[in-house]
Design a protein. Structure first.
Ligand code: ADP
Length: 409
């Protein structure tokens, strides 16, 4: 067997500690690929050798290029890190003793740049301490000098196996995160679809399309339908809450004139107001100072406040929608002439699931999540919400949304 330059000859390989024999080797033994066998992750994979010894660098290049890897060389720690940033190699072989930045520091920096890059330490003085220290700083394994080509091949194969596992688990982690993010959406969709279907069957029966039903059966079915409606409202609120909590809102903020959103919201609630005998009065300019907002969620917040203003009102009551401009904020005020909220209940109305229990609120359907959602939406816009109320006279909600500063220089 010919001796490959820079390495100990293959014949004497057994006399030395190899990476697999080493008690310091971490992880379980992995598949050893035969020379020349096509290995996964070889083609197109990059190995960076950071070593100040020419002979080591060139010998590594020769052996590993033959194996199908792309090999890059750096002669010191600093240029090595530069190459790590540029090339994002799969594997880095790092000499521990180099002039300038020492190998231990290089190891740490590589982990900071990309924790998925597998690092193996090349060391001329394989003390237990230095190897343990290197592994503590994120190295996967070490290879003592001098080493044979086979030892080098073996350790790179093992390192690549680790790299493959690390990448696979990163993909699985990402999938799990995605599942977690979409969990509420998925579950609520699964819950909603059958409920909507049941609701439609009720409509068919109650509409007489499935034959005659008795007054008693009708009464029971109406109650069932009402319960299903409440459940659907709860799922919708839960969904809104999850969306706001997932922080998706903040990424979507863009310059927005709230006037058309307000007009649209009022328009859509006119039928409900008419049904309850409540009048909506609006007084705000055609265009409003620009804010940074998410149109959909702001519409949802305004809808919630307006519905409350209508629902917790009285016959011939009024809901007034107006705006004010302050130095830093656009203020939207929604005031009603309804039942009001007592001093005792007022501190809790933004809490999740809180509902006032009184004779007047008894028949009004709700989940107690509406105002919590409104508060989260407003806070997601870096704004805040205020409430003043008087029992029996009415309630005023004021939303403060930061205006976009116009630079007049
Ligand atoms: P709900 O789904 O019960 O309406 P909200 O979170 O929107 O839940 O409101 C919480 C509670 O605050 C309501 O149950 C109601 O008692 C009270 N409330 C909210 N808005 C008003 C209002 N405009 N006038 C009187 N009471 C209100």
């Amino acid at each position: 067997m010919t001796e490959e330059k820079g390495f100990q000859s293959d014949e004497s390989a057994n006399e030395h500690i190899t990476a697999t024999d080493s008690p310091l080797t971490v992880g379980k033994p992995l598949k050893m690929w035969k020379k020349g066998e096509v290995q996964p992750m070889t083609t197109g994979s990059t190995i960076l050798v950071i070593d100040d010894e020419d002979i080591i660098c060139e010998s590594c290049r020769k052996v590993l290029t033959k194996e199908g890897y792309t090999v890059e060389i750096a002669r010191d720690g600093l240029s090595g890190l530069k190459k790590v940033r540029q090339l994002r190699p799969d594997l880095a072989l790092v000499d521990l003793k180099m002039p300038g930045m020492d190998g231990m520091e290089v190891l740490e920096k590589i982990k900071e740049i990309d924790p998925n890059i597998v690092t193996v330490v090349i060391t001329g003085y394989a003390t237990i301490e230095s190897a343990v220290e290197a592994i503590k700083r994120g190295a996967y394994d070490f290879i003592p000098k001098p080493f044979t080509p086979d030892e080098l091949r073996l350790i790179t194969q093992r390192a690549f196996e680790i790299r493959r596992l690390a990448l696979e688990s990163a993909v699985l982690r990402e999938e799990k995160e995605k599942m977690k993010r979409n969990f509420v959406t998925m579950v609520s969709h699964e819950l909603k679809s059958p409920l909507v279907a049941v609701q439609q069957y009720f409509e068919v029966i109650l509409g007489g399309m499935a034959g005659e039903i008795t007054a008693e059966q009708r009464e029971i079915m109406m109650r069932m339908s009402h319960r299903i409606n409440r459940l659907l409202a709860l799922i919708n609120d839960w969904l809104s809450m999850a969306k706001v909590e997932a922080g998706k809102l903040v990424q979507k903020l863009e310059p927005l004139d709230l006037a058309p959103v307000l007009r649209r919201t009022i328009e859509s609630l006119q039928p409900l107001a008419a049904k309850r005998g409540v009048r909506i009065e609006s007084a705000f300019p055609d265009t409003l100072p620009v804010i940074r907002g998410d149109e959909d969620t702001l519409e949802e917040a305004l809808t919630n406040l307006l519905i409350n203003g209508i629902e917790y009102n009285r016959d011939n009551g009024v809901v007034k929608v107006g705006t004010e401009e302050e130095e830093a904020h656009l203020v939207v005020k929604i005031a009603d002439t309804g039942i009001g909220i007592s001093e005792k209940d007022l501190p809790f109305i933004f809490d999740d699931f809180f509902r006032v229990k009184s004779k007047e609120t008894e028949g009004i359907m709700g989940t107690g999540l509406g105002l919590s959602i409104v508060k989260r939406i407003v806070e997601g816009h870096s704004g805040y919400i205020n409430v003043t109320s008087e029992s029996g006279r009415g309630t005023i909600f004021s939303i403060y949304l930061p205006k976009i500063r116009v630079d007049h220089r």
